[in-house]
Design a protein around this ligand. Structure first.
Ligand code: CUO
Length: 668
């Protein structure tokens, strides 16, 4: 009799696993495993026979190690496993390969590589794996809750179980001023978005997977927006903008104690105490032997490329950094990806920065410690150092952007089109005044807790939320004929940390994108209304939180491409927190000439709701302009402030974001 493995859950489905698929240890246990796992099975899936893949290199990463996509060793292993899954001739073979590998290779690695394959194989479009935060809750929730969850599931029957509440302040206290924005850094939606973005845009895999339209530029822009959003959030919490981390010999004052345990490696994510200094790395086991000086060398060469206007490829040929495509090249150089024209010369600046910071507590492995949260895409945004490091990355991109020609009035204006008024209207609120508050939502943990009694167990977490609102925009089209425009909505604080109005050159880096959409303008007056939930930056609230098992769309085109669909900023953080007294922002709306913006392609399809940050699946980025337009460049001569920047097709409106410090429970 052949044994079966059963995924968890009451209506479990089991694979009928041929004996030769089983790892050696389990082969001996055959029928005993059947009785251990087989009892709740309601359906069995048989598997086709396959030629066993060679996993020798892949298994150099142990089953119980942590997995980091920043480490070149792990990247190469992941690329190899992705290739194995991509090469499967059909879905049946892929399924067999999945079962075969699942019990041999590292679980994080497996889920990553399998997800990338599902996302990129033409025959698995519409497959919907479970929410990553449910598969690996240890990367998203503080470690203390798992013992409680075990207790709850062991003692209390399903139906009577109470959600386990995660307090808002668990990773530090207010003695640490950086903790004021921990609610944002540790938000589940923020960290899920970041994980999914890097899943959609890997640095190392087959060329056909990595080489997506403008992916280097999107690396710049998406992370540029993360920094802008973090800075606005800091200002709302009376913190100054984040200070870039560029002096590698200086102690790092920001400490971080993540309070996360890896359930796979049974280790705590190491902490970083205050005043650590970057050290040379000598970790043989991770195949990382590198001096801090390498980072400095790469940095200097990248600045050299920016100022000379070209990068040099492997053969010494100059690749000019052109006005439109230069940022894309630079993005791939800096990140760095296999698209970098010369990885030996420009190195792996961004990725190795993550690695150096993630090993700062044990640079030569003498304590046998693993990497900290900075070494993992799923956790790195929790750490204050993520923002200091990415501010530096952003600064390098902005240094490059400052070399580009500035937009003249003709490149900004849309002749004949005037934006007459704009406003934000929350339900039951005064115009241009939006409220934020705390909300509690529940997430089911049970999928990520193997070998436990069955049934759901929920955690209840508290996150920021804003009231839904609508933009009302009136536009006059004096051209005499119908026109099409691209409506671009941004928001920035009205004042700097000192309460002074901004210089445009500083404020432009504080504008966060809220939405971007096409508008049809008839001749004469037009009124545009758009809901906050329609934002091109965010995914719907439900997609961050719900158990996708019970909410998955069904049938044909409605089937969501999960991994892609879950790339997107969380709707509940579309707006910054604001302040109790009312934080003054400037809402900016521009209607640009669609003839110059449009990409000729069919844009219908699923998962196109967060295109600003994530692009469109298998399509071109749906906006021809430089990402961040019109704020991506230095202003033309004579423009010192936002008012001077405006052309008739733009409009600014003051608005207030008011934080109400009460907590509301979301109904499930
Ligand atoms: Cu997203 Cu540094 O790129 O983490």
């Amino acid at each position: 009799q052949e044994p079966s493995f059963v995924p968890k859950g009451e209506n479990a489905v089991a694979f009928d696993v041929p004996a030769k698929f089983l790892p050696e240890r389990y082969k001996q246990l055959g029928t005993q495993l059947e009785s251990r796992f087989g009892e709740a099975t309601s359906q069995k899936i048989s598997l086709v026979d396959i030629k066993e893949p060679n996993l020798t290199n892949i298994m150099r990463l142990g089953r119980h190690e942590n997995f980091s996509l920043f480490l070149p060793k792990h990247q190469n292993i992941a690329a190899e496993l992705i290739n194995i899954f991509m090469a499967a001739k059909n879905v049946d073979e892929l399924q067999s390969l999945g079962v075969y590998c699942r019990d041999r290779v590292n679980p994080y690695l497996f889920v990553y590589a399998f997800s990338v394959a599902l996302l990129h194989r033409p025959d698995t479009q519409g497959v919907n794996p479970p929410n990553f935060a449910q598969t690996f809750p240890d990367k998203y929730f503080q470690s203390g809750i798992f013992a409680k969850a075990r207790e709850e599931t062991s003692v209390v029957p399903t139906g009577s179980r109470m959600p386990i509440e995660i307090p808002r302040d668990y990773s530090a206290s207010d003695l640490d001023e950086e903790h004021r924005v921990a609610y944002w850094r540790e938000d589940i939606g923020v960290n899920l978005h970041h994980w999914h973005w890097h899943l959609v845009y890997p640095t190392n895999a087959a060329m056909s997977i990595v080489n997506k339209d403008r992916r280097g530029e999107l690396f710049y822009y998406m992370h540029n927006q993360l920094i802008a959003r973090y800075n606005v959030e800091r200002l709302c919490n009376k913190l100054k903008r984040v200070v870039k981390y560029s002096e590698f010999e200086k102690p790092i004052k920001e400490a971080y104690f993540p309070k996360l345990d890896s359930l796979v490696s049974s280790r705590t994510y190491p902490a970083r105490v205050s005043n650590q200094v970057l050290q040379n790395l000598n970790r043989q086991q991770d195949e990382i032997v590198m001096d801090v000086a390498a980072l400095e060398r790469w940095r200097d060469r990248i600045f050299g490329a920016i100022h000379s206007g070209f990068v040099m490829d492997r053969d010494g040929k100059q690749i000019p950094l052109t006005e439109n495509e230069g940022i894309d090249v630079l993005g791939n150089v800096l990140e760095s990806t296999i698209l970098s024209p010369n990885p030996d010369f420009y190195g792996n600046f961004h990725g190795m920065g993550h690695v150096f910071l993630s090993y700062i507590h044990d640079p030569d492995h003498r304590h046998l410690e693993n990497f900290g949260v900075m070494g993992d895409f799923a956790t790195t945004m929790r750490d204050p150092m993520f923002y200091r490091w990415h501010s530096y990355i952003d600064d390098i991109f902005l240094e490059y952007k400052a070399t580009l020609p500035r937009y003249n009035v003709g490149q900004l204006n849309y002749t004949g089109i005037t934006v007459d008024s704009v406003s934000m209207q929350g339900e039951g609120s005064k115009p241009n005044e939006i409220n934020t508050f705390w909300q509690q939502s529940d997430v089911d943990l049970s999928r990520g807790m193997d070998f436990q009694p069955r049934g759901s167990v929920f955690v209840r977490l508290t996150h920021l939320q804003h009231q839904p609102y609508t933009y009302n925009i009136t536009v006059n089209n004096a051209s005499g004929s119908p026109k099409m425009g691209m409506c671009r909505i941004f928001l920035a604080p009205k004042f700097d940390e000192r309460g002074n109005p901004w210089l445009f050159r500083d404020q432009k880096s504080m504008f966060i994108e809220l939405d971007k959409f096409k508008v049809n303008l008839k001749a004469g007056k037009n009124t545009i209304t758009r809901m906050s939930t329609q934002s091109s930056v965010t995914i719907p609230f439900e997609r961050t939180f719900s158990d996708l098992d019970t909410n998955r769309p069904t049938g044909g085109d409605a089937l969501a491409q999960f991994n892609f669909c879950n790339c997107g900023w969380p709707q509940h953080l579309l707006l910054p927190k604001g302040t109790p007294e009312g934080y003054v922002c400037q809402l900016f709306v521009m209607v640009s000439n669609y003839d110059l913006d449009k990409i000729d392609q069919d844009e219908t399809g699923v998962c196109n709701d967060a295109a600003s940050f994530c692009g469109l699946k298998d399509k071109k980025y749906p906006d021809r302009r430089s990402m961040g337009y019109p704020f991506d460049r230095m202003p033309r001569n004579g423009v010192d402030n936002l008012q001077q920047f405006l052309t008739p097709n733009m409009r600014v409106q003051d608005c207030i974001i008011r934080h109400n410090n009460r907590t509301i429970r979301r109904k499930n």
